[in-house]
Design a protein around this ligand. Structure first.
Ligand code: MGD
Ligand code: MGD
Ligand code: SF4
Ligand code: MO
Length: 669
């Protein structure tokens, strides 16, 4: 008899959907969205509609493996867990003796978002004394930009979008990446709200709004400054709100905005001056304008400043004071669960060096004192997703580097491993989930037993701790016991009753301990347009990195609705819905280069060369080229994916990746 089991989507998405999994004979046979979940309300994205095909994929790794071929060839033989753990621990003990523990580098990110499994290695590597990884590939520039203006102010309730009369989907491909926000925006639209999208090309989201504005990559700060200039010039500022809530608006008016006329800003952002003026008027006159800010525009050399500048807009027009008005950047519910009970910073005897995950290529090929001698990768696929793929692969090819990869699939990274360990999927281990697009949380148990000999992240670190001869009782706890440690005390975010419902596996809403949109948790208690603690005290125009590069086209590695970073490429149906390594180019740029639709082309810059199939498309403005998806090398025509063109440079704040801040030239192959 099939049974239905509640679970949670583990992927790096704002929504952490509630799942109903139908299980028969210990197999997941179907998955659907939980109709009673406050955010999901029965709707899953296309990626998760057949999650059972990922879980039971014939491609799943089911035993530990030892490399028998050349690094990268993907030739392995099965070994036992005992042998795998002994091999790893022996090798690490030798490395620690000869080079010190900092020669070992963990690399993990967000293959699973569960609080226990995602952070499962921290306690182990802290005790080992390994180098620490700075986990900043996604959008730390967004947090840095928000923090510079708003301090620790928590995000507004995202569902207020339904009460807005002007919704701006700014640098977010919500139809692909935030489908529940998109659904709420459409509800508002049916009630009369106007929807805008601001993007660099015509995404599916642009097709679903009233008006789409296509901007030059990295030009959003200029657009926001131009809008502020017009709002001030036309007397549309909310002086009363500013006087009561904002610090330093006069300085912005006096020192920055005079140089930001729509004509001047038009040159930077590419939108005509009259469009900037119209946007400013409509924004300022809306009753409750709501901006939903994505991460796309943060992955630039000026990303943090862009977020800070855009976030000034709701303050300028007093949108915060109105139901449905404001800007939503992302929730952070760090206070709700005592994560240090899992991550155990107290296990560190000293504080080892910090290595940026965005600079893995440099870490493996250039870093010394000590050189990185071992890399342990879990729930991440850096050979595919990390910037500067050529440098990463040069590092992974090093014969003297001992690489271990704990994975569900034989990824590009796993192909370079000395030892591969099979990982469970989220249906095979318990965890506690929260998310960054809403204030909910949910716990779940395993729905099926692990496939083959697969083990969860936490189980592997317990085995490694035993293999190192440690007697620490912490490493004998079960994952469920760790979940309990996270739930143990009630706190302002969750009462005893809410905690009890969490224990039972129900989705619950956490309560931010401050009054949203009323209290500004900055040093001064105000929205700090002027922040003298920042190296840049005022928002102003900053250039992207690409402006200093010599290539004529801006390249963007954008997302696809049918994959999530390099996850989901194992599903044949999802893969077949994507166009493999396609480069979208405007016909003007193609014409100048004598390129035709369907032709194989090479995009090139100082870092590498990548083969694409050209698609001439009016969805892309001249000067920009787009490719969607982050493909596994086994499926692509050339030898390198799009990240052979992206760089290890960092953002202006937050030390984030600048994956979208890229220039190339494109020629026939
Ligand atoms: N289907 C799907 N869903 C996903 C993912 C996925 O790969 N696929 N990835 C997940 C992850 S890890 C993340 S971080 C989120 C990211 O989700 P989003 O916040 O939506 O971020 P991105 O998709 O990176 O970029 C959003 C949009 O910004 C545009 N953009 C790029 N540069 C600029 C710019 O300079 N200005 C403006 N205005 N727009 C710009 C891009 O074209 C893109 O359409 O999505 C998550 N959800
Ligand atoms: N070109 C380009 N590059 C990008 C992006 C882009 O849009 N374009 N997006 C960037 C962004 S925003 C992000 S956040 C990063 C994401 O980069 P990653 O966090 O590396 O994400 P994924 O590519 O999804 O790889 C996750 C891997 O974890 C494995 N996995 C899943 N669950 C488990 C588990 O429980 N245990 C273990 N051990 N393994 C598991 C999956 O099989 C998968 O191979 O990529 C970045 N890179
Ligand atoms: S990827 Fe996001 S939208 Fe899709 S099921 Fe998971 S949480 Fe929901
Ligand atoms: Mo991300």
């Amino acid at each position: 008899m099939p049974v239905t089991i509640r679970s949670v989507c583990p992927f790096d998405c704002p929504d952490a959907c509630g799942l109903l999994v139908t299980v028969e004979n210990d197999r997941a046979i179907s998955v659907c969205g939980d109709p009673d979940h406050p955010v999901t309300r029965g709707l899953l994205c296309p990626k998760m509609g057949h999650y059972e095909q990922t879980v039971h994929s014939p491609r799943r790794l089911t035993t530990p493996l030892r490399r028998i071929g050349k690094k990268g060839d993907g030739k392995f033989e099965p070994i036992s867990w005992d042998e795998a753990i002994a091999t790893i621990c022996n090798r690490w003990q030798q490395i620690i003796a000869s080079h010190g523990a900092e020669a070992i580098l963990p690399y993990s990110y967000a293959g699973t978002m569960g609080l226990v499994q995602r952070n499962a290695g921290h306690a182990f590597f802290h005790k080992l004394g390994a180098s620490r990884l700075e986990r900043t590939i996604c959008s730390p520039a967004k947090d840095a930009g928000w923090h510079a203006l708003m301090g620790d102010t928590p995000a507004m309730e995202p569902t207020e979008i339904k009460e807005s009369d002007l919704i701006i989907l700014w640098g977010i491909n919500a139809a692909a990446t935030s489908i529940h926000a998109m659904r709420d925006a459409q509800i508002a639209r049916r009630n009369g709200a106007k929807l805008w999208a601001i993007d660099t090309y015509r995404t599916p989201t642009c097709d679903a709004v009233d008006e789409a504005f296509l901007i030059r990559p990295g030009g959003d700060g200029a657009l926001a400054l131009g809008i502020l200039h017009v709002i001030e010039r036309e007397g549309l500022l909310d002086q009363e709100f500013i006087a009561a809530n904002v610090l330093g608006f006069e300085e912005l008016l006096a020192q920055i905005l005079p140089g930001c006329s729509p004509t001047q800003m038009s040159e930077v952002c590419g939108l005509p001056a009259e469009v900037i003026e119209r946007m400013a008027r409509e924004y300022a006159r809306a009753k409750a304008p709501f901006i939903r800010l994505g991460s796309g525009l943060t992955r630039y050399g000026n990303g943090a400043m862009t977020v800070r500048t855009i976030s000034c807009l709701p303050a300028a027009v007093g949108a915060w004071a109105k139901p449905g008005g404001g800007i939503f950047v992302g929730t952070s519910t760090g206070g709700a669960f005592p994560l240090h009970s899992v991550t155990r910073e107290d296990f560190m005897a000293t504080v080892p060096r910090l290595v940026s995950m965005n600079q893995l290529g440099a870490a493996l090929t250039e870093l010394d004192d000590p050189q990185v001698m071992s890399l342990y990768v879990y729930h991440s696929n850096p050979a595919t997703i990390a910037p500067d793929q050529n440098a990463v692969i040069r590092g992974l090819e090093r014969e003297d580097l001992f690489t271990v990869v704990h994975e569900r699939f034989m990824t590009d990274t796993a192909r370079y491993a000395d030892i591969v360990l099979p990982a469970t999927s989220s249906l095979e281990h318990p965890d506690l989930y929260r998310c960054y697009g809403s204030y909910h949380a949910q716990r779940c148990s395993a729905a099926i037993t692990p496939l083959g000999e697969a083990k969860s992240n936490w189980e592997v670190f317990c085995l490694l701790a035993a293999g190192m001869g440690w007697n620490e009782p912490f490493f004998r706890l079960s994952a469920d016991e760790l979940v309990e440690l996270l739930l143990v005390e009630e706190n302002p975010w969750r009462s005893g009753a809410v905690t009890e419902r969490l224990r039972q596996g129900e989705p619950v809403m956490l309560t931010p301990p401050t009054e949203l949109k009323k209290e500004w948790l900055s040093t001064s208690g105000k929205i700090e347009v002027l922040n003298v603690r920042e190296s840049e005290p005022l928002p102003r125009l900053l250039p992207t990195h690409a402006e200093r590069d010599g290539y004529p086209l801006r390249l963007q590695p954008a997302v696809t609705p049918f994959a999530l970073n390099s996850s989901f490429y194992e599903q044949d149906d999802l893969r077949s819905k994507q166009k493999c390594m396609e480069l979208m180019m405007n016909r003007i740029d193609a014409g100048v280069r004598g390129l035709v639709d369907g032709q194989v082309v090479i995009a090139r810059n100082d870092l590498g060369e990548v083969r694409f199939t050209l698609q001439i498309s009016d969805r892309v403005p001249a000067g920009t080229v787009i490719t969607e998806g982050v493909w596994w090398r086994e499926f692509i025509p050339g030898d390198r994916g799009v990240n052979a063109l992206t760089s290890q440079r960092l953002t202006d704040g937050g030390r984030g990746s600048t994956l979208y801040d890229v220039t190339v030239e494109v020629k026939e192959a």
